[in-house]
Design a protein around this ligand. Structure first.
Ligand code: ATP
Ligand code: MG
Length: 561
């Protein structure tokens, strides 16, 4: 048979099949683009498991109208200039292939408007053929619509599973993105029903939501330039071991990570989420068409870092056993060898704290004499603050503590009234935020929000409630968290729901674990925390501190008295 050159439309469609395997791959690529564009809110809507329609909308940077045709062209990207850039890649996309691949196997439209433009633009492509383009009124950001996926690749269409199976895969993709970018809000709507809604929060919160776990243990481990964050959930005893691994924000399957974990033996049973962060130059991300695999330059270091993190997380698990108050004998040294999960204590010594783990119920500072002298000793490597109070050693999570303090202050301030503050600059609302604002309009006005709506346009925000402590929260975030509170279970009083949401919004921007605070600040935090009504937990129920009682310390070292 004669050898012929295939027409480009055919080669392109064949190549597209490698990148776009099913509806979930479309959603993955579109979400990656939205996150690369710095979106803070992303909505995914699908019909019939994504086979009929997929719409992904974001409030990110947008695409300039004149660049729109390039965005859907093959090998056109804003993320890579020359081959060396591959060594420095910090975006999720880099090949300039995704949109053109999707457009070659579907009926496809992109609408986009960067903030700098008053008018947006659209482009339509069907099966790789240009259909039309023009200007369009559209909110800031990008909206991509993909209809009739694989309409021109019938063989591939046949391989798709049922709508519900495809939908489950898409849900997984959305949730995995939310795990990597917990601060971003995600909404996933399937056939008109909201399936997954994440209003933004911390990694712990998203993992609790996705894994249905309240007892998650987190450890971080650094080995040279490699940082590993490992989370372990053990809510389902006897279950299989499930591992979700991410490398530099990408969900990947990578044998090193799994083998480092499995090398620890059957003890590891449970859900694991492992996030590896390493210099871009040390990973090759360009080895799989859907970017689902990576290769490490120095897999030994990665192995050790994952191994170390997982080992520490296992030690954490053992500690959990002692969470129930023990008989007065306290700590038993049998089966010892536990290492505390925080690898270094910055002060006062480098000494191993060893197996010292106990939570006797009466040992919480809520009940401790306030007269005992408190000293700030330093930070452990993950940013927890270390204090001594009398003979006790106390670790404080500054983030949770700060959230508790702010929550109590807000509750107190709300007893009076809801003062309103006019915004110097009006803020135009995104469509989803505008919809929420519309739904709760009257309550929001009562709470001190102000809106202005010109005929036919999206409303703008003109005023927000004003409380000390909320200065760092953007007007949109304040509105978003208020709507979330209004949407919440009405069994709880509104001021509690509001204070909780607002305190977490304010704490996102404020002090985080890992920030270095000075001694004065640390002591102020301590005193403010223990003046609150519920110093033991943050408003979401996470512990604010861990106390290692002086008597338990003595017992551990076999000292008398
Ligand atoms: N949601 C979006 N917001 C802003 N710009 C976007 C968005 N989606 C695509 N773009 C622009 O279009 C270009 C092409 O996107 P496409 O996904 O095809 O390629 P890529 O992301 O650069 O690489 P990859 O093929 O690895 O995903 C991007 O480089 C980006 O400039
Ligand atoms: Mg992309």
């Amino acid at each position: 048979m004669a050898i012929r050159r295939l027409p480009e439309t055919v080669t392109h469609r064949i190549a597209a099949g490698e990148v776009i395997e099913r509806p979930a791959s479309v959603v993955k690529e579109l979400l990656e683009n939205s996150l690369d564009a710095g979106a803070s809110r992303v909505t995914v809507r699908i019909v019939q498991g994504g086979t009929l329609s997929i719409v992904v909308e974001d409030d990110g940077a947008g695409i300039l109208p004149e660049e729109l045709p390039l965005a859907v062209e093959r090998f056109a990207t804003s993320k890579l200039f020359d081959i060396d850039d591959l060594e420095r890649i910090t975006t999720l996309g880099f090949r300039g292939e995704a949109l053109s691949s999707i457009a070659s196997v579907s009926r496809f439209e992109v609408r986009s408007r960067p903030a700098s433009k008053t008018e947006g633009a659209f482009i339509r492509v069907e099966g790789g053929q240009f259909i039309g383009s023009g200007t369009i009124e559209t909110p800031k950001g990008t909206r991509v619509q993909v209809d009739d996926l694989f309409f021109n690749l019938p063989a591939r269409r046949k391989f798709l599973k049922s709508s519900s199976a495809e939908q489950r895969r898409i849900l997984k993709v959305v949730q995995e993105m939310a795990i990597v970018f917990p601060a971003v809000s995600f909404l996933f709507v399937a056939d008109g029903k909201s399936v997954f809604r994440w209003e933004g929060g911390t990694r712990r919160e998203i993992l609790q939501a996705v894994l249905g776990e309240s007892r998650l243990r987190e450890t971080r481990y650094e080995k040279g330039p490699v940082i590993v964050e490992a989370w372990r959930g053990t809510a389902r005893p006897g279950q299989r071991t499930e591992v979700l691994s991410f490398v530099n924000g990408r969900r990947v399957t990578e044998p090193t990570i799994r083998s480092a974990l499995f090398a620890l033996g059957p003890e590891i049973a449970g859900d694991w989420v492992i996030l590896v962060d390493c210099p871009p130059a040390d990973v090759d991300v360009n080895i799989h068409p859907a970017k689902a695999e990576v290769r490490f330059r120095n897999s030994g270091t990665v192995f050790e870092a994952v191994h170390g993190a997982a080992k520490a997380a296992l030690a954490f698990g053992a500690e959990l056993v002692l969470e129930k108050p023990q008989p007065s004998e306290g700590f038993s040294s049998e089966g010892g060898g536990l290492n505390l999960p925080w690898p270094r204590v910055a002060a006062p010594t480098e000494a191993e704290v060893g197996r010292l783990v106990e939570y006797p119920a009466g040992d919480f500072p809520g009940s401790a004499p306030k007269t005992a002298a408190v000293r700030f000793l330093g930070h452990v490597s993950e940013g927890f603050l270390v204090f001594s109070e009398g003979n006790d050693l106390v670790l404080v999570d500054p983030h949770a503590a700060h959230e508790r303090i702010l929550y109590d202050r807000l509750r107190e301030a709300m007893k009076n009234r809801f003062p309103s503050q006019r915004l110097g600059m009006k803020t135009e609302l995104s469509p989803s935020l505008a919809a929420g604002a519309e739904e709760h309009r009257f309550r929001l006005l009562e709470l001190g929000f102000g809106f202005e709506q010109k005929h036919g346009l999206v409303p703008s925000l003109t005023a927000v409630p004003f409380f000390p402590g909320l200065e760092s929260v953007s007007p949109e975030d304040l509105l978003r968290s208020t709507i979330a509170a209004l949407d919440e279970n009405p069994e709880q009083p509104l001021d509690i729901r509001l204070a909780r949401r607002w305190a977490s919004a304010a704490c996102h921007g404020a002090m985080k674990l890992g920030d270095r605070v000075g001694s004065e600040e640390a002591l102020a935090l301590w005193h403010q925390l223990f003046e609150t009504e519920g110093p033991r937990t943050c408003p979401h129920g996470r512990p604010t501190f861990l106390r290692l009682g002086g008597s338990a310390i003595k017992r551990h070292f076999g000292r008398k008295g």
